[in-house]
Each structure stands twice: as C-alpha cells, then as structure tokens.
Design a protein around this ligand. Structure first.
Ligand code: 5RP
Length: 272
C-alpha cells in the first residue's frame, strides 16, 4: 500500500485496530432528517468522541470548521430522494478532484446489491476505487438496503460485503444481524464497520448489538441515528466509545451512559 493510502487508513482506523465513524450524511437523500436539521449543532458536542466524520461536501463546507475538524469520509454518491423513485438509482455526485481539495481521509459510496440498479452501483464502486487508487484515497462501501430493511439477513449481508471488498473497497459498512454476523465478517477480506439503522427502542439494545458485533469481528461503527436521535447523544457516544476503544462490556457501557446522563442533567438542572 502506498504511503498516502496507508496514512489515510491510519487516520481512520486507530492504533488499537478499531474505529468510530460518525455519519451525518443522511440529508443527501432524506433532507433535514430529525435531529439533523442543523447539522453543525448536532455534530459539535459529539465530534470529540468520534474518530472520523462521514458527511457530504455541502454540509462539511457549510458547518465544519476546517481548523478544528476530524478526519473526513466524504459521501460522494447520491442522485435520489425520499420524494420519488428507487433509492438504489444512485451515481457518483462528487469528483475525486473535489475530494482531494477537501483533504479527505476516504470517500464513501452506497452499493445496492440485489436492487434493479445493482450493476450500475457496483460499476460506480469499481470506478471510484480506480480513481481512489490513483490518488491514494481509500473507498468505504456502504452496503445499502434502501427501503428493504428486512433484507438484512446474514446471507444477504455476507454477499453484499464480499462483493464490495472484491471491487476494491478498503472498508465496508454494513448492518449487524442477530444470526450469523460472524459469517458476514469472516467472508469479507477487508474491515467491516456497523451502521445502526433507524433508532432502536432503548439505548441498551444498541449497546448490546454493537458489543455483539465487535465480539464477532467488526472493527467499529459508522452509527448515526442511534447516537444523535437519542435524547442523550453525548452519553450514548461515550458509552459506545467504551465498547469500541475500551473493549468494555455492555454493563460497563450502560454505567457510563447512566452516569454521563446524570452529569448532563445536573449541569442543566433537570431531573429524570
Ligand atoms: C445513510 C448512511 C449512513 O451513513 C449509515 O446508514 C449509518 O447511519 P445510521 O446508523 O443512522 O443507519 O449511509 O445513507
């Protein structure tokens, strides 16, 4: 691996081999998603606890201070919206030239395996990897399921992750699944990070699945809504950080969540 590529990978994956990416890219097809209406305000208290930010160039340029930024994974695919059509019909929307101008650590693209646009999306990934390899920029492939969240079984996820790795992605983002997540990771020759999907009913559920995913071979998370849509985003990200970088148990993470939540409540003078 060339020095530039290796250096960028090291900005993302920390010296313990783990990583915590904070995705706030949802607006690229969802518009002002709940709790991300003013992304600068959402990001500000969380950035300290993240290893990298996953966002579009528009949001980064508008709300992220270049003098005080984390490594950036730039979302470079899009072309669809919740308003109409098939969410899988994406293309590359941001040039590698602009990604380099923004000093990114990686670029990210969604890949819609099993959709009507599977071929287009795999070819988009392959071309992005070609360009990334030319300039030393890693590509994170996002195994996207569009509206078909129920497709998240291990057989599907293993196939999607493996195809992304075969196309040259350096990191693959996928979803955790209760049965066979170890097979998803084992079948993928590059590191796997977990997304969270829509907000879970309780924080404990999230701590449990992230812990299980880490035990089964994931190297970290790219987890958004279950952090910033939580009523307690900072306690949540701190608890997750303990699992990822502190090799912590679910019980320890829950303790961190509870005490951080109590601290916050004390600071703002409210009681639960
Ligand atoms: C949105 C994405 C997100 O980056 C990814 O799904 C992680 O976010 P969440 O944990 O909220 O699912 O690709 O298109």
């Amino acid at each position: 691996m060339d020095w530039g590529m290796a250096n960028r990978m090291a900005q993302l994956i920390q010296s313990d081999g783990k990583c915590m990416f904070l995705p706030v890219d949802h607006g690229y097809f969802q518009g002002p998603t709940r709790s991300l209406e003013r992304p600068g305000e959402t990001i500000a208290p969380l950035l300290l606890y993240a290893d990298a930010l996953f966002a579009t160039r528009g949001v980064v340029r508008a709300v992220v201070d270049p003098a005080d930024a984390k490594p950036l994974i730039l979302r470079v695919s899009g072309g669809t919206s919740m308003a109409n059509g098939d969410l899988a019909d994406e293309d590359v929307t941001t040039s590698m030239e602009d990604a380099i101008r923004m000093n990114v650590s990686a670029v990210g693209i969604s890949v819609f395996i099993g959709s009507d646009y599977q071929k287009q999306s795999i070819i988009n990934l392959g071309r992005l990897v070609d360009e990334g390899e030319r300039y030393g920029i890693p590509v994170m492939a996002v195994t996207a399921v569009g509206r078909e969240l129920d497709q998240r079984d291990s057989r599907y996820l293993a196939m999607a992750c493996r195809i992304c790795a075969e196309m040259g992605a350096k990191v693959v983002k996928t979803y955790w699944c209760a049965d066979g997540f170890d097979r998803v990771v084992d079948g993928c020759p590059v590191p796997v990070v977990m997304a969270g999907g829509p907000r879970a009913d309780t924080e404990l559920e999230v701590l449990e699945f992230v812990h299980d995913g880490m035990q089964n071979g994931a190297i970290g998370i790219n987890l958004g809504r279950n952090i910033w849509q939580s009523p307690h985003p900072v306690p949540m990200i701190r608890a997750l950080r303990h699992i990822i970088h502190g090799n912590g148990s679910v019980a320890e993470a829950q303790e961190i969540f509870d005490s951080a939540r109590a601290e916050t409540a004390e600071l703002v003078g409210v009681s639960d």
